[in-house]
Design a protein around this ligand. Structure first.
Ligand code: NAD
Length: 327
């Protein structure tokens, strides 16, 4: 039976990936500091372990897996990444994981690891204009990410590609752009814009007010989880190493995102713009390279993914605010 290792299998993308790989008939081992937050894992074997610890990595990479997906990282949305308070941990934790994983894989004669980098590694100077951000893969240098999270991603993607050059590996590097969907973090400080907006809209009264960080004219694109998994698997099984964007090129402003979610919810809402961490002014996935190399691009509209995500978050909000059942 073909076997797969998913590192970060307790996280948002990792838990969805495990589910997808099970439908394809793989034997799956998942590893994470925690089990998935919102449903039971479907992995055949799930190891609770800290991948910063080389002994743990030795223990979980104990055979030649057919595929390895390295998604474990210390990460969160703008409120976590841009506050500056977590810079040292983010860099130390994620770099330690990647240094361990690629080295142990190579020493076990495993040729390929899929690595999830991020659009946060692109230079801030190319993302100052909300209408015309440049996130072509070739625009990465001179490097100037706007966060330490982005610098670590850049370091680690270079690390995986250096192992390709020096150790004959065929690691794959994707640069994810804002992935969203059901069963993603939606509260607590690590949630990202689509989930935060869905939560705020779900909690707002009709004709109420919701707070938006910044003036809301900053632009982004958002990729639905199923499309992210499709791009991930296609890249892993292709002859192309990347780095390549895996993202949507349907760019919207945060104000437009709010309007879209409010429309899905059937609510009229007033936006109150407040100071907050917002990151670069504009970001959009450039999908020319993935289309050329893999003959694939995401096709689903933002609205379709938001409808599914809003429905799930609204149900979470409702069950969280339900009065306790009396004994
Ligand atoms: P997530 O935070 O839900 O998942 C990451 C998982 O890694 C978490 O479950 C966490 O517990 C685990 N982890 C962290 N430190 C660990 C350690 N020391 N040992 C073992 N496990 C550890 O994030 P996600 O959204 O599922 O993202 C998955 C990957 O994709 C990450 O590498 C992230 O940087 C990257 N990425 C995500 C997005 C996005 O929009 N979600 C965008 C760009 C890149």
């Amino acid at each position: 039976m073909r076997s797969v290792l998913v590192l970060g299998a307790g996280g948002f993308i990792g838990s969805h990936l495990v589910r997808r790989l099970k439908t394809e008939g793989f034997w799956v081992r998942g590893v994470d500091l925690k089990f998935p937050d919102f449903s039971a894992t479907e992995a055949d074997d799930f190891v609770i372990g800290d991948l910063r610890d080389g002994a743990v990595v030795d223990r979980v990479i104990d055979r030649r897996f057919d595929e390895i997906y390295q998604l474990a990282a210390d990460m969160g949305g703008a409120g976590y990444v841009f506050s500056g308070e977590h810079d040292a941990e983010i860099m130390h934790n994620s770099a330690s994981i990647n240094l361990n994983v690629v080295d142990r894989a190579q020493k076990r004669n495993i040729r390929q690891v899929f690595y999830s980098s991020s659009a946060c590694m692109y230079p801030a100077y190319n993302q100052a204009d909300p209408d015309n951000p440049n996130c072509a893969e070739s625009s990465a240098y001179p490097a100037a990410p706007d966060s330490e999270y982005g610098w670590e991603k850049l370091f680690s993607e270079r690390l995986y590609l250096a192992y390709n050059r020096n150790h004959g590996m065929t690691n794959r590097v994707a640069r994810y752009h804002n992935i969203f969907g059901p069963e993603g973090t939606w509260q607590g400080g690590k949630e990202k814009a689509p989930a935060a907006v869905c939560r705020k809209v779900a909690m707002a009264a009709h004709d109420g007010e919701i707070e938006i960080w910044g003036d809301g004219s900053q632009t982004r694109s958002f990729l639905y989880i199923d499309e992210c998994l499709e791009g991930t698997l296609r890249l892993t099984r292709s002859g192309f190493e990347g780095p390549v964007n895996v993202g949507s090129d349907e760019m919207v402003s945060i104000n437009q995102l709010v309007d879209l979610v409010a429309d899905i919810a059937g609510k009229r809402l007033h936006k109150k713009h407040v100071p907050g961490p917002i990151g670069v002014r504009g970001r959009n996935s450039d999908n020319r390279l993935i289309e050329r190399e893999l003959g694939w691009r995401p096709s689903q509209s933002l609205r379709v993914g938001l409808e599914a995500t809003y429905g799930w978050i609204e149900a979470q909000v409702r069950s969280n605010s339900a009065p306790p059942v009396s004994p």
